[in-house]
Design a protein around this ligand. Structure first.
Ligand code: PEP
Ligand code: MG
Length: 827
């Protein structure tokens, strides 16, 4: 082809591709190019071309420049999620366009507000050509010279590469996760720099190292043999680089699971240390779960056939999910899986794989791995955990396409299941098989499966690390998920001791359930309300059955977390009404949306933040987006039994936030003619705890979110497995702030509850009551046991105990004191 000049398709600021805030573009995985941060609202043709494809969401266009050369312009990052709302295409596939013609008009404000970034990559995605920027970094007008596209041979690179002898080397893939997107991109970059022409061959399949997608499509798992051939340029250097990249990750590996700090409660000798994810103790034989990834055909049988297969596979799994019953947490996971199947980005990637010649199953799996890699690259453990869900869903689609079945998870009842990682769909089958417990090499204490295990009362320990792998199938184990440890081959007297703990718990649980709806009170007659934390109508039903006296926390964001479009008043109102109706006669605390940080909501795209836990989250989001607050308050006020509803504000850091919410609430109440509705503040920031007296002056109640309070007081990310073992709400610093909160609230006569995880910890609850807390809000399954525990306490005893706990030197010492206290009250 003859050289072509590309004119700036947008007014804006020219940036190098490496500045694009998305590794898929920044690392050149989609192809080389430049980027523009736009200031205008129209995308123009950068040269004469034919419109090749136009994405259905209107945010991306490919242009055929002739001679097999294609250009992709992708307006903004993650803009596919806008569902086309911000884009008006002015051309259609097949149209011929002249340089400067308007192609797509877009709403820049909407992109800036709702997408990850407006930066627009302009990429060479196909063809034997190179692209070189002409314009330097800085402002550019539409139509100004931007870059030059030249035939690749004109640069001399490929011509050189074609010369010289062909070198060959055999190697083995040592990468633990096989050749996935990141090392593939690194290989492409290294080979490009060497100027050599490099091919990887595994079995009958070969891929040029110019294409990360081609490399991924080889489907190279750890242990696969590969032959690397290279010629031209620095062929020997290229082979060395490829072998090195097949052997080890260049990027920092995911954070290692740190061993528990020295200050952690001392475990018995020989116990494997991990992180508690769901409480309880279990005894059973080890059964390893092995991943069940079928052999994937890599080469497709043509785009039409493979697209149809993909569509059928997705439809089959969608129907399966729709037919699977599940309420509560399991219902939430099913909804999340449906949302993943609907994700246009995942489908788009799979379709792109098919367009590149892949078979549908391999394209789906590759797309899932690429999307998963992107999530893991955020470095946010909670977001990264979603990668497991995506992989799980993709595997189901693969089985549907291939007509294979995931090997049925057959585990004998009472077994302790060991796994590298657990997938939510495996978990549902395992729960039905009545396994005794879970021990996981990796995982996080806040993953979906950890929530599922806790909800069903199956103990789980995560982050046990490689040491778990030495345990063989059939080994007798004690899983102590209270201490976060696994004991292999325990002595008979140790087994007997664990059995006593299990029996005692089971008996106490049965007795507690028998107490039914009776309100909780200490042995000396002080009422302590035991409420439930809810995330769905099914949870509310479970809470009512468990005897909860009310709901102390409805996590409204959980109801709508996987939505692409913001829920309107009617949709929200229907859920709130359902929860309130499921708890007849009892108070229900509805928490305002708590998104941001570790709880991203796709429909409220919040631009990436360097420190999301310290960024736009909780009430800060609702105050920054008044229409979100307005919609939610209207939905809450639409609940017919509004006299039983209380509204709670998350992540309060200052009085002004509460005042702003009250003003919005009062305005709407006036408009709708509704009387007062109690408004409370969550105490989750050290600021709120330290100024509890000031906040209480404007609040009808305070509720301590101990999960967040602990992470902010100890400066430890609650979703990061590397520090999970150190995050303990029984740290005296956290307890002292809880004490300050109770004291501050008492000056205004305002009641204090705890709705974080600490309330459900039997070692913590007596201390909380001793500090002045009068309501504990716990998961529905923990309601009976918490009520029973309260009945064994006296105020005098818990006050003395709380004073000792706040004076202790650390969390381990507090836990030791609390264990001693627990033994005393159970005598
Ligand atoms: C908390 O932080 O303790 C809390 C209850 O809120 P969430 O866990 O939903 O952040
Ligand atoms: Mg919180």
């Amino acid at each position: 082809m003859t050289d072509k000049q590309l004119l700036a398709p947008l007014a804006g600021w020219v940036l190098p591709l490496t500045a694009v805030p998305d590794p898929v573009f920044a690392e050149g995985m989609m192809g080389p190019g430049v980027a523009i941060d736009p200031t205008g609202d129209t995308l123009h043709a950068p040269c004469d071309a034919r419109v090749q494809t136009l994405h259905a969401a209107g945010h991306a266009i490919t242009l055929d420049l002739g001679d097999g050369v294609s250009l992709l312009v992708h307006i903004g990052i993650d803009t596919v999620r806008l569902g086309g709302s911000a884009f008006t295409p002015l051309v259609a596939p097949g149209d011929s366009v002249r340089a400067g013609d308007a192609l797509i008009r877009f709403d820049l404000d909407a992109i800036v507000r709702q997408a990850a970034s407006a930066v627009t990559p302009v990429l060479l995605v196909e063809g034997a050509a190179t692209i070189a920027p002409i314009a330097g970094e800085g402002l550019i007008a539409v139509g100004a010279p931007l870059a030059r596209i030249s035939a690749a041979t004109a640069e001399g690179g490929l011509a050189d590469a074609a010369a010289g002898e062909t070198l060959r080397r055999d190697a083995t893939v040592l990468l633990p996760h096989g050749l996935h997107a990141r090392p593939a991109a690194r290989i492409v970059a290294a080979v490009r720099d060497s100027g050599a022409e490099v091919t990887l061959t595994a079995g009958d399949d070969s891929a040029s190292a110019t294409s990360p997608i081609a490399l991924l499509s080889l489907g190279l798992a750890q242990g696969r043999a590969v032959t690397i051939t290279a010629r031209g340029g620095d062929a020997a250097g290229a082979i060395d680089a490829v072998v090195a990249l097949l052997s080890a990750e260049v990027d920092a590996p995911p954070p290692a699971v740190a061993p528990p700090p020295a200050a952690a409660p001392s475990l018995e000798p020989g116990a494997l240390p991990g992180v508690p994810a769901a409480p309880g103790v279990a005894i059973g034989r080890a059964v390893w779960l092995r991943p069940d990834i079928p052999e994937l055909p890599t080469t497709g049988e043509g785009v039409t056939i493979e697209r149809a297969r993909l569509a059928e596979g997705i439809a089959a799994v969608t129907a399966d999910l729709a037919a699977t019953a599940g309420g509560g947490q399991i219902g939430g996971v099913l909804a999340a899986h449906r949302a993943i199947l609907d994700d246009p980005d995942l489908r788009g990637r799979a379709e792109a794989g098919i367009a590149n010649g892949m078979a549908a199953a391999a394209a789906m799996m590759t797309a899932a791995e690429a999307q998963g890699a992107q999530l893991r690259a955020t470095g946010n453990a909670r977001i990264a955990e979603r990668a497991d869900d995506i992989r799980d869903v993709a595997l189901r689609v693969v089985h549907a396409i291939l007509g294979t079945r995931a090997a049925a998870v057959s585990v004998p009842a009472g077994a302790i299941v060991l796994a590298d990682d657990l997938l939510p769909s495996q978990f549902a089958a395992l729960a039905a098989a009545q396994v005794a417990g879970f021990a996981v090499v990796g995982g996080g204490p806040t993953s979906h499966v950890a929530m599922l295990a806790a909800g069903l009362g199956v103990p789980m320990v995560v982050a046990l690390g490689d040491a778990l792998r030495v345990i063989a199938d059939g080994t007798m184990l004690i899983l102590d998920a209270d201490a976060g440890a696994v004991v292999a081959d325990p002595a008979p007297d140790r087994i007997a001791q664990a059995q006593t703990v299990i029996d005692r718990r089971a008996a106490a649980e049965a007795a507690a359930r028998a107490a039914g709806d009776a309100p909780a009170a200490t042995a000396d007659g002080t009422a302590i309300h035991v409420y439930a934390n809810l995330g769905s109508i099914a949870d509310a039903e479970a809470a009512a059955a468990a005897g909860a006296e009310g709901c102390g926390l409805l996590r409204t964001e959980i109801l709508f977390l996987d939505r692409a479009v913001a829920p309107d008043v009617a949709e929200q109102a229907a859920d709130y009404r359902g929860v309130v109706a499921a708890l007849p006669g009892r108070p229900v605390v509805i928490r305002l949306l708590d998104v941001g940080g570790d709880k991203p909501a796709p429909y409220l795209a919040i631009p990436p933040e360097e420190n999301p836990a310290l960024g736009l989250r909780g009430i800060r989001v609702s105050l920054a987006r008044p229409e979100v607050l307005d919609t939610q308050l209207r939905a809450i006020l639409a609940v017919p039994e509004i006299d039983r509803v209380r509204i709670m504000v998350p992540m309060v850091a200052s009085v002004a936030e509460l005042i702003a919410v009250r003003a919005a609430l009062d305005r709407l109440r006036d408009e709708l003619g509704i009387g007062p509705v109690p408004l409370g503040a969550m105490v989750e920031t050290p600021a709120a705890a330290a100024t509890a007296d000031l906040i209480a002056a404007h609040a009808d109640f305070l509720s301590i979110g101990s999960n967040d309070l602990t992470q902010y007081v100890l400066a430890m990310d609650r979703g990061n497995p590397a520090v999970a073992s150190g995050i303990d709400g029984l740290h005296p610093a956290v307890l002292r702030l809880i004490g300050m909160t109770c004291d501050g609230a008492a000056t205004r006569g305002v009641p204090v509850s705890v709705c974080g995880g600490l309330a459900a910890d039997p070692l913590a609850a007596p201390i909380l009551i001793g500090l002045g807390v009068r309501t504990l809000s716990v998961p529905p399954a923990r309601v009976p046991a918490t009520k029973a525990l309260v009945g064994r306490l006296t105020l005098a005893a818990v006050r003395t105990h709380a004073a000792a706990a706040t004076a202790a030197a650390g969390a381990a010492e507090v836990r030791a004191l609390a264990r001693q206290f627990a033994e005393e009250i159970s005598r």
